[in-house]
Design a protein around this ligand. Structure first.
Ligand SMILES: Cc1ncc(COP(=O)(O)O)c(C=O)c1O
Length: 424
């Protein structure tokens, strides 16, 4: 079943497979594990090439945007690869392909592009990256490949933007990861990594074991995972790679064959429509800048046009009273002075919910308008004029306020309990 999922997803990503050729890939716990495996394959391939050329192979690096998800930082630290990040800009929150290619050197194991930035859902321009890198590879002979982190976008772009070239249609794209538990529509605990071809996954990383009855090639960080039932299933399965907990694999296979291309397309179109309802509602308040793009992941990332009196952390905090958990966060370097709120539209986030969220946000804004301005410490980033100042303690203050409130509620709860039966 897992191999069938790998095949379906590889075809969805336009892997260059022959009629009866099996795709190369594996189910993982999520995109994080998938990224570790893909990164490891790139590192090993690069090392093998350097060894064969008689060149040093002890300083591998990887080029990404500063907007990468934390799992890339984990990969770099755990597997001793230098992370070279392209800084963001005030008005550009994803990796600039030209800058990324400039940073590539002979020690670069790959450039990682994101299809659906975690921070604002924007798709990076993989086609442009592929074109620029092709030119650089020709000039230098380095052959630097591309990995696409399509954790969210991998199940969106093929349905909403089939014409967009971001996948194995681009020759330098050697591997792609996607989270089954995001827009793959499966509950938590499943991701996928697909390689372009067998040549892109060094054989020495695959372990062959036979103590489950047949030759079992495995390439995952963990051997068994999931619960006891899934372990039992491992014993029954004769598939090539079987390490993902079986319940998630079964759920993924069920969704793929039950919904099919049309079904996924309908779900994604619906998410996009609800995203537009939310986005337009927020625009109508006149108080927000929209940071996300209409043609990315169906999410709305937005920031206050004026956060001098009250900021995004306060909006996030006050929304909790209405039952909404909307994260507020600062952008990475060099756009760290931009704070955004982000709402990701899932399959079950209906139009009614979108409208209710807009109403609740408007209520929060009305309440904030009559509250006194927050007292926040200001520091000068350049030690120059006041216009270069940034507010740095608002997040901390919001967290502290929240902690204080939680403590107060608990204290009250405990005191009342004490009154009732004397037991804490
Ligand atoms: C772009 C990107 N890559 C990787 C990940 C990690 O994915 P997972 O949670 O499936 O391990 C995420 C999760 O938010 C993500 O947005």
């Amino acid at each position: 079943m897992q191999n069938r999922c790998v095949n379906i997803i590889a075809h969805l990503f336009n892997a260059p497979l022959g009629e009866s050729e099996a795709a190369v890939g594996v189910g993982t716990v999520g995109s994080s594990e998938a990224i570790m495996l893909a990164g490891l394959a790139f590192k090993r391939k690069w090392q093998n090439r350097r060894k064969a050329e008689g060149k040093p192979f002890d300083k591998p690096n990887i080029v990404t945007g500063a907007n990468v998800q934390v799992c890339w930082e984990k990969f770099a630290r755990y597997f001793e690869v230098e992370l070279k990040e392209v800084k963001l800009r005030d008005d550009y929150f994803v990796m600039d392909p030209a800058k990324a290619v400039e940073m590539v050197d002979e020690n670069t194991i790959c450039v990682a592009a994101i299809l659906g930035s975690t921070l604002n859902g924007e798709f990076e321009d993989v086609k442009l990256l592929n074109d620029l890198l092709t030119v650089k590879n020709k000039e230098t002979g380095w052959n630097t490949p591309i990995h696409v982190d399509a954790a969210s976008g991998g199940f969106i772009a093929p349905f909403l933007h089939p014409e967009l070239e971001w996948d194995f249609r681009l020759p330098l794209v050697k591997s792609i990861n996607v989270s089954g538990h995001k827009y793959g529509l499966v509950y938590a605990g499943i991701g996928w990594v697909i390689w372009r071809s067998k040549e892109d996954l060094p054989e020495e990383l695959i372990f062959h074991i036979n103590y489950l009855g047949t030759d079992q090639p495995t390439f995952t960080l963990n051997f068994s995972k999931g619960n006891y039932a899934s372990l039992i299933n491992c014993f029954k399965l004769k598939s090539a790679f079987y390490d993902a907990g079986s319940s998630q694999v079964i759920a993924q296979y069920y969704q793929l064959i039950r919904l099919g291309y049309e079904g996924y397309k309908n779900v994604m179109e619906n998410c996009r429509e609800n995203m537009m309802v939310l986005k337009e509602g927020l625009e109508k308040t006149g108080r927000f800048n929209i940071i996300s793009k209409d043609n990315g992941v169906p999410l709305v990332a937005f920031s206050l046009k004026d956060n001098s009196r009250h900021d995004e952390f306060e909006v996030s905090h006050m929304l909790r009273r209405f039952g909404w958990i909307v994260p507020a966060y600062t952008m990475p370097p060099d756009a760290q002075h931009v704070t955004v709120l982000r709402v990701v539209i899932r399959e079950d986030f209906s139009r009614t919910l979108a409208e209710r969220l807009v109403t609740d946000i408007q209520k929060v804004l009305n309440e904030l308008d009559i509250l006194p301005a927050k007292i926040t410490a200001k520091i000068a980033i350049n030690g120059e004029g006041a216009d270069k100042n940034i507010t740095v303690v608002t997040k901390k203050t919001a967290e502290e306020t929240q902690l204080r409130e939680i403590t107060t509620v608990w204290r009250k709860f405990v005191m009342e309990k004490k009154k009732m039966n004397g037991v804490c």
